[in-house]
Write a protein that binds this ligand. Structure first.
Ligand code: ADP
Length: 510
């Protein structure tokens, strides 16, 4: 081997210290080769170490740069948080140059805020609880009040009706008519305020039941006919021949809308007529849209008042209440009831000539067929109902006397039960054509009694018409009446025409 092939450091030493002759000796050459390998290996390891060191150096630089950048972001975030905190709490103070202290400050500030928010949340939950309880108490109060007020009103209106029909002295007729006007007006007021309250509380739910639109409109007309007759006004009905036999919707609420409009039309008309029109506007496989119009030849409304008549408690002129009665809520309720069903109401009027109210409602089509009741005005004049036997379950003595008085006038044979248990016993031992059932009675209430009657053995008990006598206009009470198996309801104080009509309708005697 040539000396120059060795690692340059070894070469140098060999040349300097080792005579050439030694390189002939194999042992020495082997020794030198081993040393040469060690030198070369050392060099390789050193190169690798240098390379690794260079890379770490670069990484170190990069990491440092990143840290600096992150620190800047942190500082920026801290300043932004500080600004945000200052805007929330202008009195908050920070040491501007010591960011770690600031962080501690921020964290304690946020902790405090979270604690405050939690407390606030608790307070809100409590307040909501209190408000809900108050709302419930209000609803219950209204329901009780409604019952408490209507029961005596039932007597006042009922007996006034009876007195008017019992040949009063001429000078008494006027007083009795005043009494009737005031009592009926008070009742409208109570009903309007209760309904308005319910709508404002968002408590109105619309039913979806099958009903006959033609019956509903003609029955609504009939219930107001007496008022119109008293004023010598005709109520004309124009029903489109194409109106579907049955529809699905909320007949109670539609009845209320029509009653409001027709009773206003009658109220504000002194001569001429009121015309109710219902026509089919659109019809497809699923839905039918019906256009309604209530027009009158009455006093009309001044153009500048037209926009206000739908506002709560507003009447077109200040002497309206004195002359015509009313709360100024009827049209507000009507408009809200339509809006809640996705519709609206429109009015056209010519002062001194008359007014025209129109609205449209879309209903689902019904597959049922409802037999229309034959309606004719004469048919419902309060004719004798001889041969009809009915049971009145009612605990209020005045209501009982009143109801019996009506029954006497119509030749109806009637029994009275002052609680549910007696009613059940009488139903078992007699053949009644129908039962008028008060809902609130001692021992067994009207709901329990109805359930018990429907559970009796025998088809006739399933079919026996049971009509709720309800002092409350509230929908949930009517709903409950249908749920327990009652056929219909009559709200107290009952209108004699309506009571007569329902007896005819359900007793199958005419
Ligand atoms: P009210 O209880 O007074 O009837 P409404 O809200 O039903 O309250 O009506 C508000 C007002 O609109 C009435 O007071 C009356 O001035 C006017 N109005 C409503 N309907 C008619 C109508 N058919 N003809 C004339 N004026 C009407």
């Amino acid at each position: 081997m040539q000396t120059m092939d060795y690692h340059h450091l070894l070469n140098k030493q060999v040349k300097k210290l080792l005579p050439e002759s030694y390189l002939e000796d194999d042992t020495i050459v082997q020794f030198l080769n081993a040393i040469n390998n060690s030198f070369n290996n050392f060099d390789k390891a050193k190169n690798l170490a240098d390379h690794a060191f260079n890379i770490s150096e670069q990484e170190y630089q990069q990491v440092t740069a990143n840290l600096r950048e992150q620190n800047k972001i942190k500082q920026r975030s801290i300043s932004q948080i500080k600004e945000a905190i200052k805007s929330l709490d202008p009195k908050a103070e920070f040491k501007m140059d010591d960011s770690d202290d600031d962080l501690i400050h921020i964290i304690s500030f946020l902790k405090q805020r979270i604690e405050e928010a939690k407390l606030l949340e608790l307070e809100l939950i409590n307040a909501k609880d209190v408000a809900e309880k108050a709302a419930l108490a209000k609803t219950q109060f209204l329901s009780v009040m409604s019952h408490e007020i209507r029961t005596p009103m039932n007597a006042v209106i009922g007996f006034t009706h009876l007195l008017i029909h019992q040949d009063p002295k001429p000078e008494q007729v006027e007083f009795l008519n005043f009494l009737k006007f005031s009592a009926e007006n008070l009742l409208v007021l109570i009903n309007d305020i209760l309904d308005f309250n319910k709508i404002e509380a968002g408590k109105i739910e619309f039913e979806s039941v099958d009903f006959s639109i033609k019956d509903l409109i003609s029955n609504t007309r009939l219930s107001l006919l007496q008022k119109a007759n008293e004023k010598d006004i005709k109520i004309k009905l124009m029903l489109d021949q194409d109106l579907p036999n049955a529809l699905i919707g909320d007949p109670v609420r539609l009845g209320q809308i029509l009653t409001n409009l027709i009773s206003n039309a009658v109220k504000f008309t002194n001569s001429g007529k009121v015309t109710i029109t219902a026509s089919l506007a659109q019809h497809d496989n699923e839905h039918s849209t019906i256009d309604f119009e209530v027009a009158d030849t009455g006093i009309g409304i001044m153009p500048d008042k037209l926009d206000y008549i739908f506002d709560s408690f507003s009447q077109a002129s200040s002497d309206t209440t004195r002359k015509f009665g009313g709360s100024g809520l009827g049209l507000t309720i009507t408009k809200r009831l339509l809006q809640l069903q996705g519709s609206d109401i429109y009015v056209k009027s010519e002062y001194g000539k008359g007014s025209e109210f129109t609205f449209s409602l879309t209903f689902k089509n019904s597959s049922k067929h409802i037999n229309n009741i034959l309606n004719s005005d004469e048919f419902y004049s309060l004719k004798s109902l001889k041969g009809t036997k009915l049971l009145i379950a009612e605990d209020n003595l005045i209501n009982v006397i009143l109801a019996k008085e009506f029954m006497k006038q119509w030749d109806v044979d009637c029994d009275v039960a002052e609680n549910g248990e007696i009613a059940l016993m009488l139903v078992k031992t007699n053949n009644y054509d129908m039962v008028l059932m008060d809902l609130q009675m001692p021992e067994m209430d009207g709901y329990q009694t109805t359930i018990a009657i429907r559970e009796l053995e025998g088809e006739k008990y399933k079919k026996l018409p049971i009509l709720a006598l309800t002092a409350s206009a509230m929908l949930d009470i009517q709903d409950q009446a249908f749920t327990v198996g009652m056929n219909d309801y009559i709200s107290k104080p009952f209108n004699p025409n309506e009571l007569h009509r329902k007896i005819v309708e359900y007793s199958n005697k005419n």
